[in-house]
Design a protein around this ligand. Structure first.
Ligand SMILES: NC(=O)c1ccc[n+]([C@@H]2O[C@H](COP(=O)([O-])OP(=O)(O)OC[C@H]3O[C@@H](n4cnc5c(N)ncnc54)[C@H](O)[C@@H]3O)[C@@H](O)[C@H]2O)c1
Length: 292
């Protein structure tokens, strides 16, 4: 930390904050870290002193994010960037092996990389009998298989050490109907919720905690790079009790709670962070005939 203008040294953090949230000396790995929520996860971890491995498929965006994240580093935190496609199980294993070989540990893993693809059943292209099976397979490969590859690799290294925190990114669309997103997305995210529960009971015996974050609408690049169009932002905002979509920085506190010692008794949980979206009935915006 710097010295404030005037010369007085910045006050040391309260001991309780250090005890709960300091992650100096730990190693964390985040997939999908070049953008959006994953970037926010990496930012908070590097800010509390972790060595963060930021993994992403998009080399160009990852390089840019890596530079910015290095500036957010505090308390000895550091960042390295690794180009990785989570669909490739062998490549995921190789990255984890390399990280543990070099840093000697693995404390927190965020299985976060994900994509959005295709239409929901509110539109003809998203009707059950119409949607493209190629798109279904592509989405499940990233949003479900990619998550599985990541948490398996994490478990392999965390179990022998008897500790670790694994956090999966689910979605409110994995918890209830959402006609705005495709079948593939709701199926993958519902599966991520159950993977979380299953892995939590499996790995608790070895001191490894497993939780999921289920975000509502956040302003990220999942719908494409560049700012979200106004109509889309208004529509998603109207679905939350807070009448706005989330800024990715607003997910940092929950991420840190789950990754740090503050979350030492949390496992098997699915934590909704959605500005009150799920307090409201889902918006069933489905055109078409009335039911007979
Ligand atoms: N933004 C939202 O409103 C929202 C809501 C609920 C859940 N989520 C989930 O949050 C997670 C992060 O999404 P986001 O909104 O930050 O989107 P984003 O597009 O901003 O970031 C996702 C990142 O994942 C990377 N990625 C995609 N495929 C990959 C692969 N095969 N291997 C490695 N990296 C890959 C992308 O390059 C990108 O950097 C996803 O799992 C998404 O489903 C997002």
């Amino acid at each position: 930390m710097g010295t404030p203008a005037g010369g007085a040294a910045a006050p040391a953090p309260a001991p309780v904050l250090t005890e709960l949230f300091d992650m100096s000396g730990t190693t964390a790995l985040v997939t999908g870290a070049a953008s959006g929520l994953g970037r926010a996860f990496a930012e908070v971890l590097v800010g509390v002193g972790a060595h963060v491995v930021a993994a992403d498929l998009d080399e160009r965006r990852l390089e840019r994010a890596g530079k910015e994240l290095a500036e957010a580093a505090e308390a000895g935190g550091s960042i390295e960037c690794v180009t990785l496609d989570v669909r490739q199980a062998d490549a995921v294993d190789a990255v984890f092996d390399d990280v543990v070989a070099r840093t000697g540990r693995l404390d927190a893993v965020f299985a976060n990389a994900g994509i959005a693809l295709g239409k929901g059943p509110g539109e003809p292209a998203g009707y059950l009998e119409n949607f493209d099976l190629g798109g279904w397979a592509t989405l499940l490969d990233v949003n479900l298989n990619g998550v599985l590859h990541t948490i398996r690799a994490a478990a392999r290294h965390m179990k022998p050490r008897g500790s670790g925190s694994i956090v999966l990114t689910a979605s409110t669309a994995g918890l209830r109907v959402d006609p705005l997103v495709p079948y593939s997305y709701v199926a993958a995210k519902a599966a991520v919720v159950n993977l979380t529960h299953q892995a939590a009971i499996d790995l608790a015996r070895w001191g490894v905690r497993v939780n999921a974050i289920a975000p509502g609408p956040f302003r990220t690049s999942i719908g494409g790079e560049g700012p979200m169009d106004r109509a889309a932002e208004e529509m998603w905002s109207s679905m939350t009790a807070m009448r706005r979509i989330g800024d990715p920085r607003e997910i940092r506190g929950l991420a840190l709670l789950l990754a740090s010692r503050a979350g030492s008794y949390l496992t098997g949980g699915v934590y909704v962070i959605d500005g009150g979206q799920t307090l409201q009935a889902p918006a069933l915006r489905l055109d078409g005939p009335a039911a007979p």
